[in-house]
Each structure stands twice: as C-alpha cells, then as structure tokens.
Design a protein around this ligand. Structure first.
Ligand SMILES: Cc1cc2nc3c(=O)[nH]c(=O)nc-3n(C[C@H](O)[C@H](O)[C@H](O)COP(=O)(O)OP(=O)(O)OC[C@H]3O[C@@H](n4cnc5c(N)ncnc54)[C@H](O)[C@@H]3O)c2cc1C
Length: 415
C-alpha cells in the first residue's frame, strides 16, 4: 500500500519552486514530467523569449548539462535556435610562459561543451512546461514569508495569496529569499571585482575554440559564438578598472582588448553593448531544512573563470528531481528532512570541491609574487604535459566523471 504523504492532498501543490531562472525552470520541467504538481513563482515575467540577435548573457555548458537538456527533451529546441560547440580550450598566463590546451579528442568526444544564451534555456524549458497540465507559473510575484510545519509549508506571496506545498525550493539566485527565510546561513564574500560582458567581432575566426588569458587584474575569456567571427567576452577586473573600461568609446575599448588579449583573433571590433556583473563567492551552510531545499546560486556562487556556476546548479536540479521523484513514486513525504538529506549529501561535497578549486585559481592567478608566478606557470605547463592528469581534470570539468544524477549521464547512443 502506498502510504499517504504527510502534507496532504489539500495542498496547492507538491513542490513550490521560487525562481524561474535556468535552474528553477529545469527543476520544474523534470518534476512536472514525473507527474508532480508544481507551482513556480518568479518576481519577474518568467522566461521572456530571447532577442533575435545574440543575447549578452551566454554561458559555457558542459556535456552533463547537455545530457540534462537532452533527457528533458529541450536540446533540439536549443539547437534549432543556436548553440555553438567548442572542441578546444586554450588557457595561458599573460605573465609567464605557462599554458594548457584542452582538446575534446583527448577524451574521445566530439566537443568539450557548448555556448548557449541563458535566456534560451529558461525559455525552452518554459515552452515545454506550458504543455504539462501539472505545472503552473505565477509571476511576476515575490516570495514574502514562509511558514513551515509538519503538515506542510505555506508561502505568502506579494499579491497576498498563500500557496501550500509539501516542499519549497529556493532557486532564487545569490540573494535567495528562501535561504534567508529558512534561516540558513551562507559563507560569502566579494572579490571586489566585476565581470564585463560583451559580444565582439574579430578579424580572425575563432575556430570553435574557447580561450582564456589570466591577466594581472583577472581572467579575460573569449567564448565562440555561432558566427565564426563573433565571440562573447567575459573580462573580470577590479571595480575601478571596470568603471574606466565601461566609460571608453567602443574603439578604445576594443584597442584595450587587443592589448590585453594578444593577436590570436586578429583585429577586435566592432563591439556590442557592454554590461557588468559583481563577482563574489558563497556557499550555504546547509542545502536543506525540513520542507526546504536550495539549488543553483541560492546554494552556491562561484567565480565565472571556470564556467561552472550554472552547470553545478543544473546538477543540483537533476539530483533534487531524482530524490523527489523517488520519494513521490513510493508515496513518501517529499519534504521530509530524511528525504532531502540525500540530496544534500549528493551535491554539497562535489560543489564544495569545485568552489574551492575555482577560488584557489582566482587567488593563485591574482598574485604577482615571483615564487607563486613561477609555480603556477610550472603547474600549467606540467599539467599540459602529463596527459593522464589533464584527462582527469577534463573529465571532471566537462561532466563525464563524478556521482552524476541519471538525468545528467552522457549516453553514447545520444552522441
Ligand atoms: C559574467 C558571468 C558569466 C558566467 N558564465 C558562466 C558560464 O560560462 N558557465 C556557467 O556554468 N556559469 C556561468 N555563470 C554563472 C551563472 O550565470 C549562474 O550560476 C546562473 O545564472 C544561476 O542560475 P540560477 O537559476 O540559480 O539563478 P538566477 O539566474 O539568479 O535566477 C534566479 C531567479 O529567481 C528570481 N527571484 C529572485 N528572488 C525572488 C523572490 N524573492 N521571489 C520570486 N522570485 C525571485 C529571479 O527573478 C530569477 O529569475 C556566469 C556568471 C556571470 C556573472
């Protein structure tokens, strides 16, 4: 016999997801496809269609993220819009000879990853969700208050309406209101830096290669877009430097890029609109409490230099969906602490490791001390030369290794 769920049939939904960004939308789709009743709230109009031209916000997605998109049935929609594969990645230190080159062929893969517009992900997930009878979007509306007890969770929204559920998930980004209302602390800090993003034309085609140089002020990445002569740049630098870069005329900005990046992509320009995002790190002390779970940036924030932030968040969503679907299928309470602890154990250690490695990279490349400079240049060159080590790093970074949730497992048949 299937035992009854503790929060009762009278609840408005099984799962209330606060935040319809990439991570919240993917979680909603995964749980909705399994028949859970889901309500998604967001303070903004959710998932507006991305603009016709290239959106400013793009991310590098791993092979594990591609598997999630495939398994949820949104990959073909993303491809139909545009995704740019990259098969190689070049990383070098501007203050030495250290360099490392990653090639998908070393893993027996066709690609290392894909550059996709952020808005396209949430939009594609939303399009599929709208065909599911058990998932509803409520927006624009803010989460204001949470009341949790044995019988369920009640969320009070800014329109004054209460929503009752068995589990509330904070997918509401770095300033998570769910995390705050649940009383979960977070270890966080600012790097005192911002990342400038823009799309730039280059006279030399990028050749589907992602490139990143570590400058004295921070990393500068050129990510390939579908037009062979168009790249998305992510330039991390101190806030003061960023203000002066943002104030430059387009041509002067492009000259600065050429000066810092070198000539591997030839002349740079024209450049599109520029935007800047503050950079910091954060890790929640706990990912779960009774009837509460955190995913994505609500649980952890990481420097973009390793291109891992949303990829980790999608793995959170896939793991939490797995745990929740299993409990739901067996008639267990999806919001019970014991159920949710399995999710925390699954993801927290793996995320911690990636956060620490990324933070260490940021700090090691952020110093000009001669011994550290010598050591990191030696380290890069050595890691490049020792193929088994390089392969290990690559397998983890592209999402082929680790305790992956079923949704994120790459299957050969799909390649
Ligand atoms: C410059 C830059 C480049 C990056 N590049 C990469 C990359 O290449 N690869 C990578 O993996 N990661 C990258 N990242 C990280 C990535 O962008 C984030 O990890 C990702 O966007 C987090 O997604 P999320 O859905 O968890 O949160 P968000 O995208 O922040 O979404 C949160 C949602 O919650 C809603 N919300 C917030 N508060 C409330 C509330 N109180 N009530 C209701 N709704 C609420 C918001 O409206 C929003 O829709 C980059 C980050 C930056 C800054």
């Amino acid at each position: 016999m299937i035992p009854s769920k503790a929060y009762g049939k009278a609840a408005d939904c099984d799962l209330l997801i606060v935040g319809a960004g990439m991570v919240g939308a993917v979680l909603a789709l995964a749980c909705g496809q399994a028949g859970l009743r889901v309500i998604v709230v967001d303070s903004q109009i959710s998932a507006p269609p991305p603009p016709g031209g290239y959106d400013l916000r793009v991310s590098a997605f791993t092979l594990a993220s591609r598997a999630i998109f495939r398994n949820l049935g949104i990959w073909d929609d993303l491809v139909a819009r545009r995704v740019c594969p990259f098969r190689e990645m070049q990383v070098w230190d501007s203050r030495g000879s250290g360099a490392i080159h990653f090639d998908a062929a070393d893993l027996g893969e066709a690609q290392l990853g894909y550059i996709i517009e952020n808005a396209a992900i949430a939009h594609a997930a939303h399009a599929h969700i709208s065909r599911l009878p058990t998932v509803r979007y409520l927006c624009p509306v803010d989460l204001v208050r949470l009341e949790v007890n044995d019988a369920g969770v009640t969320a009070v929204l800014s329109d004054g309406k209460p929503v009752t559920a068995g589990l509330v998930v904070g997918a509401d980004g770095g300033r998570s209101q769910v995390r705050r209302l649940a009383g979960i602390d977070s270890r966080s800090g600012s790097y005192g830096q911002v990342a400038i993003v823009a799309n730039v034309h280059t006279s030399v085609p990028h050749g589907e290669i992602a490139r990143q140089v570590f400058l004295a002020g921070g990393p500068l990445a050129f990510l390939p877009l579908c037009d062979a002569n168009l790249s998305s740049i992510v330039w991390s630098c101190d806030s003061g430097h960023a203000t002066s870069l943002l104030g430059l005329e387009d041509t002067a900005f492009c000259r600065q890029l050429e000066e810092q990046f070198g000539d591997s992509l030839g002349r740079i320009g024209p450049v599109g609109a520029r935007a800047a995002f503050p950079l910091g790190f954060a890790h929640a002390d706990h990912y779960v409490a009774t009837r509460v779970a955190l995913v994505g940036d609500a649980a952890h924030r990481v420097h973009p230099l390793a291109g891992q932030g949303v990829n980790l968040g999608l793995l959170d969503a896939a793991a939490l969906a797995e745990v929740t679907k299993n409990a739901f299928r067996c008639g267990r309470d999806i919001g019970a602490f014991g159920t949710l602890r399995r999710y925390e154990r699954w993801r927290k250690g793996a995320n911690f490791m990636m956060l620490e490695v990324t933070d260490a990279f940021k700090r090691v490349f952020g110093t000009d001390s001669p011994p550290v400079r010598a050591a990191r240049n030696f380290g890069l060159t050595a890691a490049d030369a020792i193929v088994p080590v390089k392969r290990l790093i690559m397998r983890r970074a592209v999402g082929l290794d680790g305790d992956l949730p079923p949704l994120a497992r790459v299957t050969r048949a799909a390649d």
